[in-house]
Design a protein around this ligand. Structure first.
Ligand code: MN
Length: 257
């Protein structure tokens, strides 16, 4: 019997649908967010060899790894932010797993971000996109494409005397995305907010407003240039960390081949 689910499996098998990997490799050199020095800091990824087919384990190789919940390509849960601390089922182990698979739209801001490191995603940008592609559907992931993932080293965080300079959404843009009742918001940069996001009201509007409304975040994504503006399916299940505020994860998109 043909069902919607078996049709998806058949499309993957026939090659009429394919999987795009939106994940950076976990690597000790991949940058993590840097906060002002008075705050606690996010740990980079570290890997320690336990054995490698040697006297420590003759037939096996494995590693101990350490990292922050927000290292590398990662998921932000509502309890990550103070505004979401009382959201029911707001930790990664409590979120309904149905939330981890859903539709995704991509707003291409790559031209603007190429011209301006502090490029803002505004309601006008979203409404221009909607005029072309239709209204953002309820429960969709909204990803902001900036091609920032093609940067590496110091250019990725892009730190200056006054902090990081990287693109992100304005409070009014987040308000519009919440009016669309999105599932979550994702970026190619180290956070869902702009590098200078502390200067908005409220500060860090993506974190403050989205998590307060029980929505999710994804950051350090890549390969957004390989996705269509609409019509793809996002698969983004975080690790089931007890009380976890977020998690590194593999983010996959299913697209028509
Ligand atoms: Mn995070």
């Amino acid at each position: 019997m043909s069902t919607a689910v078996s049709e998806v499996a058949a499309a993957l098998s026939r090659g009429t649908a394919r999987i795009v990997d939106l994940t950076h490799t976990l690597d000790p050199d991949f940058p993590v967010i840097v906060l002002p020095p008075e705050f606690g800091q996010c740990a980079r990824f570290r890997m320690e060899e336990v054995s490698a087919y040697d006297h420590r384990g003759p037939a096996w190789k494995w590693h101990n790894i350490t990292l922050n919940e927000h290292t590398g390509t990662h998921f932000d849960a509502p309890i990550h932010w103070v505004s979401g601390k009382d959201v029911p089922n707001g930790a990664v182990d409590e979120i309904d797993p149905g939330a981890f698979v859903g539709p995704v739209v991509v707003i291409d801001c790559s031209d603007g971000a190429a011209r301006d490191d502090d490029f803002e995603l505004t309601p006008e940008v979203i409404e221009t996109w909607e005029a072309q592609h239709g209204m953002i559907p309820k429960d969709a992931w909204v990803l902001m494409r900036t091609d920032w993932s093609k940067r590496s080293g110091a250019d990725y965080l892009n730190m200056a005397q006054d902090g990081a300079h990287s693109p992100g959404p304005t409070p009014a843009a987040i308000e519009l995305l919440l009016a669309r009742d999105i599932r979550g918001f994702g970026t190619e940069t180290v956070g869902t907010d702009a590098g200078q996001g502390m200067h908005y009201t409220p500060p860090y509007p993506a974190h403050y407003m989205l998590h307060g409304a029980g929505k999710f975040g994804l950051q350090c994504l890549c390969n957004l240039d390989l996705l269509p503006p609409t019509g793809a399916l996002l698969i983004a299940p975080p690790l089931k960390i007890k009380g976890g505020t977020g998690s590194p994860l593999r983010v996959l998109a299913m697209v028509m081949a």
